[in-house]
Structures are given as C-alpha cells and as structure tokens.
Design a protein around this ligand. Sequence first.
Ligand SMILES: C[S@@+](CC[C@H](N)C(=O)[O-])C[C@H]1O[C@@H](n2cnc3c(N)ncnc32)[C@H](O)[C@@H]1O
Length: 184
Amino acid sequence: MNSNLQFLRQGLKDIKTVGTFLRTAKNVSKSMVKHAAVSQCNTILELGAGDGAITKYILKDLKADAKLIIFEVNPIFCEKLSKIEDSRIILIQTSAEEMVTELETLGIKKVDAIISAIPFVNLPESLTLKIVSICKDLLNPNARFVQIHYSLILKKLYASIFENLEVDFIPWHIPPAFLFIGKK
Ligand SMILES: C[S@@+](CC[C@H](N)C(=O)[O-])C[C@H]1O[C@@H](n2cnc3c(N)ncnc32)[C@H](O)[C@@H]1O
C-alpha cells in the first residue's frame, strides 16, 4: 500500500496516538535533522517515528558508526520500520515513557540528540511532562531535543523544562509546522 495512504489509514484508526493524517514532509524533516545536528551525533533517539518519514533523513546525515534508537508504539509502523535495512537502527516497540529502562538495558545513559514527533497535545499533561523531562535528563551537555507540533499550545510546558528554548516556524508545510528546540 502507498505510504501516504497507509499513514492516513492509521491516523483514521487512532488519531489520538498518531496525531495527524499526514507524514512530515521532506523540508521539515531536514530542518529537524539540522536543528538536532545529527551529523555530529554518536547516539540519537527518535520518538514516534511513524513509518519513517523523518527517519530516512536522520539516516542520511548519521555517521556510519552511530546508533539511532527508535521508540514507536504502532505495530503497523513498527513492521514497516523493521524493514529498513540499516544496522545503525535499534527499534523498540514501546512507549517513550519506558525510555530510561530500555536504554539502561542497552547500556546507554546519555544521548547526543532527540527528535520527536509524538503528538503530546493529545497526551495527559502529566505524561507529557514526564516524557519531556526524561528527554532533558538524557541529553548530553549542548545536545538538543527537537519536537514538531502544529500549534504553540505546549510552548509554556517546554519553556518550563528547557530554560534554553527556541521555536522555528515553517509555513511551507501542510499543516504549517512549529519546531521546538530545547537545549541542555
Ligand atoms: C505525528 S506521527 C509522526 C510520524 C512520523 N515521525 C512523521 O513525522 O511523519 C506520531 C507518531 O508517534 C507515535 N507515538 C504516539 N505516542 C507514542 C509514545 N508514547 N511513544 C512512542 N511513540 C508514540 C505514533 O504511533 C505515531 O507514529
């Protein structure tokens, strides 16, 4: 099935978890990769990878010996992600809430960047606070957390966690996108 159609279908099935009916487009994906300085990372997390719309641009910039650890809950998307033949990927079909335990199993304490498309606006605020705070704790000094949203609703929440927060607005996207960039 065509990727856009499959994504739409998953969105229609569970809009609360998937968050949108459209995959992130190339320009915004590339912008997220740039904000996260992926080319300089040794270990990077992607949260809510969907079927890999942003993942493929992360992989393009990622060093040959680096690791990309993906947390994704949707089994259909995980099946698609598992077909990407790239030994740098570690795919974990679990909620990002479980990151610390899962990373400990892998012997990972800190990461060099986190790229997330989890639709936090649909999650209880307490859970969003928990996951985003874990993200901040996991970052190495100067590392970045890059999150896509389609509104500024959660700006205060991100600002309460990241003292150093930037917002990048990308109008040339359907829907227009806001990138929240939190620096440790
Ligand atoms: C808006 S889609 C983004 C998909 C893709 N990254 C893109 O940008 O096109 C959000 C994704 O987050 C996943 N997701 C939602 N809650 C999650 C959670 N707690 N942990 C990990 N993934 C989650 C959904 O299954 C969905 O694939």
